[in-house]
Design a protein around this ligand. Sequence first.
Ligand SMILES: NC(=O)c1ccc[n+]([C@@H]2O[C@H](COP(=O)([O-])OP(=O)(O)OC[C@H]3O[C@@H](n4cnc5c(N)ncnc54)[C@H](OP(=O)(O)O)[C@@H]3O)[C@@H](O)[C@H]2O)c1
Length: 289
Amino acid sequence: MKKIEHTWAIVTGASSGIGECICHELAKKKVNIILCGRDEETIHEIQENLETTYNIKTDFFVGDLVEKGEPERLAKTMGGRYHVQFLFNNAGAGNYGPFLDYSLKEHMDIIDLNIKALTKLTYLFIGHMQAHGKESYISNISSVAAYLTVPFFGLYTGTKKYVKDLTDTLRYEFKNSNISFTTIYPGPTETKFFHHANQKVNSLGKHFMSSPEKVARLGVKATLQKKKACLIGITSKLGAAYSFLPNSVLIPAAHAVMQAGSSYDDRNKTLESKNDDQLFDNDEGGHLQ
Ligand SMILES: NC(=O)c1ccc[n+]([C@@H]2O[C@H](COP(=O)([O-])OP(=O)(O)OC[C@H]3O[C@@H](n4cnc5c(N)ncnc54)[C@H](OP(=O)(O)O)[C@@H]3O)[C@@H](O)[C@H]2O)c1
């Protein structure tokens, strides 16, 4: 690891949880930070705190990474201003619960954020990092979910498996380059993630949670050490250890574990109202249901 003071890092999802804590970890090492998120007021508050506490420089990008062209706008704007040497693809979300309880758009938004935006930023910043040629780091935040196959959460766990595969293969592909790739696998972590995912965690589930500070500390450390993977918490380590089991065993086991530690926080939307906007005319003028 070379000197990293005064280098520039991009952190997506910097407005809360793990992303905000990654910013603090980097700032402690005097890395300048570009904070990304949708909530402008919160982003500015965190910026001010980082600048005054650690005496670093910051910049910000406010945008919804699900919206068309936003990841490209982020890369173009910040890649044009700085030699970015760290990219933490951290912004992510999930929809817990019965598949049809969510609209198709809600599901597609998860794919657009967890997969498409992460892929676009990875692609664009590899080009940027190759062009400036300085020692660089791309860390993608996956999840213990990458090692499990969780019913009522299958779309999310699928996106996190994708993050694992993409990052692992890029690490191999670019092993002789100036860019190092790390995948971070947090287990359950005490953030707003569960609230956004409509998942209520009970006291047993909370018992197994890590703090976002710990996830960020270990994730940044592994990134700087150019580690391939960073498994955080007992559930991540157990998940990885048992991932060789077939889905016929893993799926019911994962379901039982999820039910023991949490419940679906029903949003009181009727299936009819949720799916109304998705009915569309078929050739006969009827509805596809
Ligand atoms: N918490 C856990 O148990 C856990 C476990 C394993 C992995 N993870 C992963 O860790 C990462 C961080 O999650 P967290 O736990 O810190 O959750 P969080 O507190 O809900 O933070 C999510 C961050 O993503 C940003 N974000 C959400 N949708 C966005 C969008 N459409 N465009 C741009 N930014 C968006 C949010 O910012 P704004 O709302 O300001 O846009 C927020 O800063 C995620 O990738 C998650 O999958 C979490």
